[in-house]
Design a protein around this ligand. Structure first.
Ligand code: ADP
Ligand code: MG
Length: 339
């Protein structure tokens, strides 16, 4: 019998990888706005139609791409953000896997328009299901516009699996808010079916929180700041009396990347102690800065989980920082600083 193992064609490999990176419209939104942040944009506009099922478009004024790079950007494992294995321990960008554009282009009808500030003409690429349909010079404003139409057009089972528009839109807004909170010095907007849902002018973190969650947050926030040799913590925690019955508005960022971490969430919640009404959850937006050698982000393709090499110490620092902030704002009657 002859040998039977064959390398898969790129388009098939990309489609398989896309299954992990692009689960729903919101995952494409996350990857595209993170790319705009990494490109040094100061303005990031997100336009979606039909809760992202018909269109997801991100327009930025970042660095743009050369003709060759714009073609390369769709190759799998092609990235400008890392070069060698050691770079994995010094990641400061949102992206580094070089998978997002290849994955999105494998499962959508994509149009990329991009121009570097130093170039006179831009490049337009149309690619559908990993197949390049056209590449040509075009006039374009400096920066990048990336649109993905009819997500999963070539995978009917996936498309049918998408939830109702309100559910998909909720996921998109979650991803949008996370990146917007992490980057208050950048302008963000979100349009859905022709209506502006968010318009977030550049400002401070506190202003960004108030723009997203409403004016009432002006009175609800307690600042937090703590610097140790291992980590620094900055951000805001909510006064206990404004905690909610539903979990939700709780945000941890590690080196500006939103992450989900039940253990660290526990550090914050237990710091409130009996200040917190039963079964309620405090608001927080916390930024942890740590030398990237101490973390591994490469746990999952969506990069929302992190491994710390000294998790327990970080837990203790966060917990005491939250206690201290609550105490300083005269909310807690007795603070146990040694806890
Ligand atoms: P990663 O972000 O992990 O590098 P992507 O597939 O998301 O991988 O993007 C591939 C490359 O395309 C990036 O490394 C970057 O050089 C380029 N790129 C993607 N989006 C943009 C953008 N909005 N502006 C400029 N360059 C971009
Ligand atoms: Mg990326």
């Amino acid at each position: 019998m002859s040998d039977i193992i064959k390398l898969l064609p790129d388009s098939v490999a990309n489609q398989i990888a896309a299954g992990e990176v692009v689960q729903r419209p919101a995952s494409a939104v996350k990857e595209l706005i993170e790319n705009a942040v990494d490109a040094g944009a100061s303005s990031i506009k997100l336009i979606v139609k039909d809760a992202g099922k018909a269109l997801i478009q991100v327009i930025d004024d970042g660095c743009g791409m050369s003709v060759t790079d714009s073609r390369m950007s769709f190759e799998r494992h092609a990235t400008s953000k890392i070069r060698k294995a050691e770079d994995l321990f010094a990641i400061r960008t949102m992206g580094f896997r070089g998978e997002a554009l290849a994955s999105i282009a494998a499962v959508a009808q994509v149009e990329l328009k991009t121009r570097r500030h130093e170039d006179e003409v831009g490049t337009q690429i149309i690619i559908e299901g990993s197949e390049i349909k056209s590449q040509e010079a075009c006039s374009s404003s400096a920066g990048t516009s990336f649109s993905a139409k009819n997500l999963f057009f070539n995978i009917p089972a996936r498309r049918n699996f998408l939830k109702s528009n309100p559910v998909e839109m909720r996921h998109i807004i979650d991803e949008f808010q996370r990146v917007a909170l992490a980057n208050p010095s950048l302008f963000f907007s979100l349009h859905h079916d022709g209506q502006e849902v968010f318009h977030l002018p550049k400002g401070t973190l506190k202003q960004r929180i108030i723009h997203i969650f409403g004016n009432s947050y002006n009175e609800r926030l307690v600042p937090i700041e703590e610097h140790t040799d291992i980590i620094s913590i900055k951000g805001f925690i909510g006064k206990p009396e404004y905690s909610k019955k539903t979990r939700g508005d709780q945000f941890f960022f590690v080196n500006n990347r939103f992450i989900k971490d039940a253990y660290l969430n526990h550090a914050v919640t237990t710091a409130y102690d009996e200040l917190l009404p039963a079964d309620s959850f405090p608001f927080y937006v916390l930024f942890i800065n740590i030398d990237p050698v101490h973390i591994d982000i490469n746990v999952h393709p969506t990069k929302t989980e992190i491994k710390f090499d000294n998790e327990k110490v970080i837990y203790a620092i966060i917990r005491s920082a939250v206690k201290r902030s609550l105490g300083q704002y005269n909310i807690s009657p007795a603070i146990d600083f040694d806890a």
